[in-house]
Design a protein around this ligand. Structure first.
Ligand SMILES: Nc1ncnc2c1ncn2[C@@H]1O[C@H](COP(=O)(O)OP(=O)(O)OP(=O)(O)O)[C@@H](O)[C@H]1O
Ligand SMILES: [Mg+2]
Length: 503
């Protein structure tokens, strides 16, 4: 056992004032000096610790191998810990363990060597680091789970952070994007200058309210995506802007749907205006021609009567009376036309849908026969009546049959067939399905079938389905394309049934 070491008065004062635990050991690991901080840290009085093997204060592997470490150093002179220090675990007298940082030095010229160890209790630091790490993990999980794109840029537009949704939408790896110029890399060419100006303005303006904007990005695959952004300024502790943080939602599909809906509404309005004007023009010319011709005739007759040497006043009065009557009739026609414009669906009657279909037979079959097409009727019995404008519903059916006949022109004449089927749904609606085994819908028109002027035919107007759908909707019904598993096309007309459906 080594001789007890008694530090000088000054050294003892120094040791006692040191916050770190200071422990001196000899070449066998026996404690020679144990300062106040060591007493507090390990719970041993100096008198208890001095003379004991220092492994008393250690845990696990270190506790069992410390003598070996010392022996190896003494034998080989190769230091593993001296001069570098490392994180270890300490063990108090009461068995409690704690994280600590240990640095060790060899006392100069000591032979056999003696060592001094400085030990810091790092519990608080380890806890703080763990808390920071937990926060960081949680923030990362939020970032990754977010359905929105999150991207942070520094003041030179370089990406400092991008979440998984962002890199997925863009098709670039997070590592690829980090550090790259956001505007150069992803913003659509036409919008680069504008977006750069916007980002700079936002950073200068500082963190008042968030800024909302929309601009397009180009994905790695070359696709344009329209993103709605919400951006805030990031600042450092002193309030200086360090960059901006933006969250973005991909609104490409919804903007397209809005645009399509608007376009289709505009086209529809145009069509219905055209249709109304067409109806009116035909109606007006036909209906007004008759009274106008009569007025002209009676006026000429009046003139001739007046030219007679002895005009018969009674005849002239008769002609003038006719003129007045016809003028009134013309006025009445105009009044009726105006009411027609106000309410285009006029004639509603309770009718059997099967009768409506069968009535079409002669016209439809003549057309079908001329094109070698077989029409098969498959009509459900005892369907409730529908309240419809018979002529308009027949017009829809004819449009569908005509489209089917057109589509069958390209297939072999032996198999050309159209099935017209009536049925009742569980919800109480009546459906009429027109199915053909023709070419099927061309992919180019599939998602715009019901839009006006969409046609795949050189001589088509592309109005048939658009007008048919308007007619069905005016009847509180629907017209839908029903996807076919086999070749051909199928359209379903749906009508509400029963008297309660009368508008
Ligand atoms: N039964 C069908 N089979 C295959 N394609 C169809 C069928 N019905 C409609 N289509 C497709 O839908 C398009 C639009 O039809 P729609 O009836 O609105 O206009 P159109 O038939 O082209 O013109 P129009 O009705 O003035 O003759 C057609 O051009 C065709 O491409
Ligand atoms: Mg058509």
């Amino acid at each position: 056992m080594a001789l007890p070491v008694t530090p000088s008065f000054e050294i003892q004062a120094l040791l006692d004032a040191t916050v770190d635990a200071v422990i001196l050991i000899d070449a066998d690991g026996i404690v020679e000096v144990f300062n106040h901080s060591a007493e507090r840290m390990f719970g041993y009085a100096a008198a208890e610790a001095v003379g004991q093997n220092v492994s008393l204060l250690m845990t696990g592997r270190d506790r069992h191998h410390h003598d070996g470490y010392l022996e190896r150093y003494v034998r080989t002179g190769v230091a593993h810990i001296i001069g570098t220090g490392r994180d270890v675990r300490g063990r108090r007298k009461d068995g409690h363990e704690f994280p600590a940082f240990l640095s060790v030095g060899r006392i100069a010229d000591s032979d056999p060597p003696r060592f001094v160890g400085f030990i810091q209790d790092t519990t608080l630091r380890v806890q703080a680091l763990a808390a920071v790490q937990r926060e960081r993990d949680r923030a990362n999980r939020y970032l990754e789970a977010a359905q929105t794109i999150l991207v942070a840029l520094d003041l030179t537009h370089r990406v400092t952070l991008i979440n998984r949704t962002g890199s997925e939408v863009l098709g670039y790896d997070e590592d690829f994007l980090n550090g790259r110029d956001w505007i150069d890399t992803v913003v659509a060419p036409a919008e680069k200058a504008q977006v750069a100006a916007l980002v700079d303005r936002l950073a200068e303006r500082g963190p008042r309210s968030p800024l909302h904007c929309e601009y397009s990005i180009v994905t790695r695959a070359g696709l344009d995506r329209m993103i709605a952004w919400r951006c805030v300024v990031l600042e450092d502790g002193t309030g200086d802007a360090t960059g901006i943080l933006c969250s973005g939602d991909d609104v490409t599909e919804s903007r397209k749907a809005e645009r399509d809906a608007r376009e289709s509404r505009e086209r529809m309005m145009h069509v219905s205006r055209l249709a109304t004007m067409g109806e009116m023009a035909t109606g007006i010319s036909h209906e007004l021609n008759q009274p106008l011709a009569a007025i002209a005739n009676y006026a000429q007759a009046g003139v001739r009567l007046m030219q007679l040497p002895q005009p018969e006043l009674a005849d002239v009065r008769e002609a003038l009376g006719q003129i007045a009557g016809q003028a009134l009739r013309a006025g009445e026609i105009i009044r009726r036309l105006r009411s027609l414009v106000k309410n285009r669906i006029t004639e509603r009657e309770a009718a059997s849908i099967n009768d409506i279909i069968e009535e079409l037979g002669p016209i439809a079959r003549a057309d079908a026969r001329a094109n070698d097409v077989r029409i098969v009727l498959n009509l459900a019995q005892e369907l409730p009546p529908v309240s419809v404008d018979r002529i308009q519903i027949q017009q829809v059916l004819l449009n569908l049959l005509r489209n089917s006949i057109d589509a069958l022109a390209a297939v072999s004449a032996v198999s050309r067939q159209i099935v017209v089927q009536s049925a009742a749904t569980e919800a109480g609606d009546i459906t009429v399905t027109v199915t053909d085994n023709g070419t099927g819908i061309a992919p180019a028109v599939l998602d715009r079938l019901f839009m006006p002027f969409v046609t795949s035919k050189t001589d088509g107007t592309g109005l048939g389905l658009a007008i048919s759908r308007t007619i069905m909707e005016a009847h509180k019904g629907r017209l839908d394309h029903s996807p076919q598993s086999e070749r051909g096309a199928s359209f379903v007309m749906t009508l509400p049934s029963g008297p309660g459906t009368n508008p």
